[in-house]
Design a protein around this ligand. Structure first.
Ligand code: 13P
Length: 287
């Protein structure tokens, strides 16, 4: 059964480790993440972006697929199904569809509007037992080929949003989605420390988990990060393994064109990446 992410992240913050949010894009991805979590006795969060939800046939399709796998693959570790960077409308759609957690990304609104919408969504999510993540300070990334540098959130605004009753909080600390540029300045631990001092026990979320050096990840965890999002790294590893398989010509021989064979190396590659991240984040054997 799906669970809200509130409890697992409270435990992670207290135990000084982080739970990975791995974004899913299709059946193979979902199965790879769930099986790896079970094999490593780790809690896990399945992230679904609005685009990925649409690609997979809609939120209800995703809920049906994940619930079916939990039962039939006998997954017993805690699993949350979480909307990633949700708009106001899509948070409601996922609450209705059966997700167990949502992120409302109101970072592009003024702080007053972010506060008003977050307050309303906290009540709607909690009324149905879901956990809710909010964001303060936008997290950079590639848009139209230009990689924006990550901003740092204002710690006082973080405190204001944390006090609305959200279960965990994403704050920009110089992190960005996708690959980091060569001249990236690194994470701002000064900002993270100031946010943690003001927000106390609130589990903090680090987006843009791809390509952050292990030492920085560990320092972030020591300063209150309890959830780390990874998307691009699974995509890169999946694409590289699939390309290698195709270049070896195996898809053209025998039954190599069978999608169950063609997608096999990518599936194994995601499993290996997820396992490596769970080890770095310290969530192995924390289920
Ligand atoms: P990456 O794509 O950089 O791994 O970031 C994932 C993320 O933060 C999803 O919200």
């Amino acid at each position: 059964m799906l669970v809200s992410a509130a409890e697992m992240l409270k435990k992670a913050k207290a135990g000084k480790y982080a739970v990975g949010q791995f974004n899913i894009n299709n059946l193979e991805w979902t199965k790879a993440v769930l099986l790896t979590a079970q094999e490593n006795n780790s809690p896990v969060i399945l992230g679904v972006s609005e685009g990925a939800g649409k690609y997979m046939g809609g939120y209800k399709t995703v809920v049906g697929m994940v619930n079916g796998m939990l039962e039939e693959l006998k997954i017993t570790v805690p699993v949350a199904l979480h909307l990633d960077h949700g708009s106001y409308d899509h948070c409601y759609k996922c609450i209705e569809a059966g997700f167990s957690s949502v992120m409302f990304d109101g970072s592009h609104y003024s702080i007053e509007e972010n506060v008003a919408k977050t307050t309303e969504l906290v009540a709607a999510a909690h009324a149905k037992g879901l956990s809710i993540e909010a964001e303060v300070g936008s997290i950079g990334g590639e848009e139209d080929g230009v990689v924006g540098m990550g901003e740092c959130a204002d710690p006082n605004e973080c405190k204001m949003v944390a006090d609305l009753g959200v279960d965990f909080l994403a704050a920009g600390i110089g992190n960005i989605h996708g690959k980091y540029p060569a001249n990236w300045a690194g994470l701002s631990f000064e900002t993270l420390d100031a946010i943690q001092k003001l927000t106390g026990d609130m589990p903090l979320v680090l987006h843009g988990g791809t390509g952050i050096p292990t030492e920085m990840i560990q320092e972030a965890i020591s300063l209150g990060v309890a959830k780390i999002n990874v998307n691009t790294e699974c995509q890169l590893t999946f694409a590289a393994a699939t390309r290698k398989y195709i270049e070896a010509g195996k898809d053209l021989e025998g039954k190599g064109f069978d999608p169950r064979k063609l997608l096999g190396p990518g599936f194994e590659a995601i499993k290996a990446t997820v396992k490596e991240k769970m080890e770095i984040f310290g969530s192995v054997n924390k289920a």
